[in-house]
Design a protein around this ligand. Structure first.
Ligand code: PBE
Length: 296
């Protein structure tokens, strides 16, 4: 009897202790009291400072009268921050774009942009230094005929993200898609080691496209040099002729300024991909739907 009562008391004491603990932890928990903005320190997780999207995002923060700042980092740091936040269901806003593998790995949504600050429908164009047609006619023809779809690009991006080596993934995609690739090389003659230099930025989308076209040119006999630089230097290299071509020109909005800076010495061969877009991207578990929700 006595023993039994002690047991009961023990259970009650333990229950009280648990209740007190739970009560304390929720009332002391910082994140529970903080607004979404405070939890993110009013930061948009950005990418490399030279990306067109960074300037658009900064303008959007002004247009919507928010007190958020756009923090620059790199494409890789942005996707890592997204992975970390997603794992713990923490709030995060990133400068995202499509095509991108992130949409097949996570449940994400673009924030609505009623003011259109982040631009609208984009395409990715192939742009060459003027005179390439005479200098490397066969490469010019291939670059001009290069065109694929967001699904194609995303498939390559996803395989690389999942750990495939760029070289293997590229080779495999080309071997599996000879119907598409043969259209790009149609009418082009093989060469014997002519050098061609293609510049690009380490955005996952452009790592995919540049390596694909680089390998196709290599298969056609070119000695291909793929040079990874920042966005500003990429356009400057194309403008000066230091690079022969890029397949990474996001237009009409994203690289508008870069394009007009070098328009006299470059030639636009048109879209290699239609149906691209960019914007502020959040996990679907977040309770905001529009950039307007970030207003002060
Ligand atoms: N992006 C990806 C680039 C172009 C490709 C949207 C991050 C940019 O903002 O310049």
């Amino acid at each position: 009897m006595i023993k039994n009562n002690f047991k009961k008391l023990g259970v009650i004491a333990l229950s009280l202790a648990v209740l007190t603990f739970v009560g304390c932890s929720s009332s002391n928990s910082k994140s529970a009291d903080k607004s979404i903005g405070e939890q993110m320190d009013y930061k948009i997780t950005g990418i490399d400072a030279g990306a067109g999207e960074m300037q658009l995002a900064e303008k959007a923060m002004e247009a919507y009268n928010t007190n958020y700042t756009v923090q620059s980092s790199s494409g890789a740091a942005m996707t890592q921050a997204l992975a970390d936040a997603y794992k713990d269901e923490k709030p995060i806003i990133v400068t995202g774009w499509s095509p991108h593998w992130m949409f097949s790995k996570y449940d994400l949504k673009y924030l609505e942009d009623p003011k259109g600050s982040m631009g609208g429908a984009e395409h990715i164009d192939t742009v060459v230094h003027k005179g390439l047609k005479e200098k490397l006619p066969s490469a010019y023809k291939i670059l001009d005929q290069f065109a694929w779809t967001p699904a194609d690009m995303e498939a390559v991006m996803l395989k690389i993200y999942e750990g495939g080596s760029i070289k293997d993934v590229t080779r495999q995609w080309i071997d599996d898609n000879t119907d598409k690739v043969s259209k790009w090389t149609e009418g082009a003659t093989k060469v014997d080691g002519d050098a061609i230099k293609i510049a690009y930025v380490a955005w996952d989308s452009e790592i995919a496209s540049t390596n694909i076209i680089g390998t196709v040119l290599q298969d056609m006999g070119y000695t291909v040099n793929l040079t990874q630089v920042d966005a500003g230097p990429m356009w400057a290299a194309l403008g000066s002729g230091d690079a022969d071509a890029i397949v990474a020109a996001w237009l009409p909005a994203t690289h508008k300024k870069y394009f007009s800076d070098y328009k006299d010495t470059i030639e636009n061969l048109g879209p290699n991909l239609e149906g691209a877009r960019l914007g502020l991207v959040v996990p679907t578990y977040m309770d905001i739907n529009s950039i307007a929700d970030l207003a002060k």
